[in-house]
Design a protein around this ligand. Sequence first.
Ligand SMILES: Cc1ncc(COP(=O)(O)O)c(C=O)c1O
Length: 454
Amino acid sequence: MTVPANRRNVFYQQDKLNSLRLILLSDACHSSSCKLFFSNDPVKIVKAKGQYMYDENGRQYLDCINNVAHVGHCHPDIIKAAHEQNQLLNTNSRYLHDNLVDYAERLSKTLPEKLRIFYFLNSGSEANDLALRLARQYTKHEDVIVLDHAYHGHLTSLIDISPYKFRNLEGQKEWVHVAPVPDTYRGLYREDHEDAVTAYADEVKNTIEQAHKRGRKIAAFFVESLPSVGGQIIPPAGYFQKVAEHVHKAGGVFIADEIQVGFGRVGKHFWAFQLQGEDFIPDIVTMGKPIGNGHPLACVATTKEIAEAFAATGVEYFNTFGGNPVSCAIGLAVLDVIEKEHLQAHATEVGNFLMKILKEQQIKHPIIGDVRGCGLFIGVDLIKDQAERTPATAEAEDLITRLKERYILLSTDGPGRNVLKFKPPMCFNMEDAKFVVETIDEILTDMEKECLSQ
Ligand SMILES: Cc1ncc(COP(=O)(O)O)c(C=O)c1O
């Protein structure tokens, strides 16, 4: 339907009224702790397909951030798998079922041989909480080392190990120790340091020594394989090996949180921890978000020794929904689509292209301080000045607001909320990459002109 020019304003006002009504209703019944994207002018999305989302007026948005819709929003193979299994059976994992065993077997093929025991759960937070329990039971120690600005989930146990959250609450628990982020762009040791890998790993060693002096004992080093909330950081290769050496020596285990970054997102590897080198194997890996393409599913993979120590307590582990036949059918379908559609190779190809054209923008726009990433996990660090690399927080916020006005959904991360984060559905293509970068170029050019005219 074409709306006559003289009626357009009426339609626009009706839209605004509907949105206002929804915001008021939402404010009345949904906790104010739950935040909307673009809260000044939120978007109502009613459907999605692939890498695109559609609002109530049929306007198409390019989704550059939803890593949960890993193989694409509403992928027909995933819907079919869920529907077919739903028609047959959905129950808990106290009965034998092919799906659970098949799924565990398929997942084990993606991981180093040592990680062959699986627990299935419903969310990333559940997975990380269980990882914590496994580590503590196995080591008989309590303490955890985390990286600064990390986020590992919303349960009480995980808020405690998430500096991103606990810094705004009562603070740091005595059993939590914070090590610096191995960020070679704006961290303690930068690209010009002669051996940033050893320097950052020595910080962890130091943290362990300080903890020991206080009579504390380390259960785990808990880390995202690529710190995302921390600012889309790519830890230098070899860092995890050195850290694992220190942590193992202290009797602790290495937990890799792959909840944001696993399942082929980094392109050349299935798991982001593999970027560190073939000689690195974590003791526990946690998975979530992309694993079910939007269906609540999560997993913990660990060694036989750790699982046996956990079972030795005699306390059974039961999870009502974890590992049900529908979830496992969906998990299997996600793995099938990643393979069938060659999404890892696609992530490498499109990711490399996106990095290349973003780096061209870096030469043109001084606000772009750094472009870093791997596959379809990319961060663009916006700065106010080259010398201090001061985060351009307000400018980043302005940029993502203007992108949204042009129907591109992007967001920011990092302690300075100045890092544009790209982690789109894996079907994001070359045309999408070109479109978003051209639009960023136009907006940054406008922002520069506005700045000069002020
Ligand atoms: C790195 C990381 N770990 C764990 C979680 C928690 O996952 P969930 O929200 O599914 O509980 C998140 C969620 O954002 C995350 O980013």
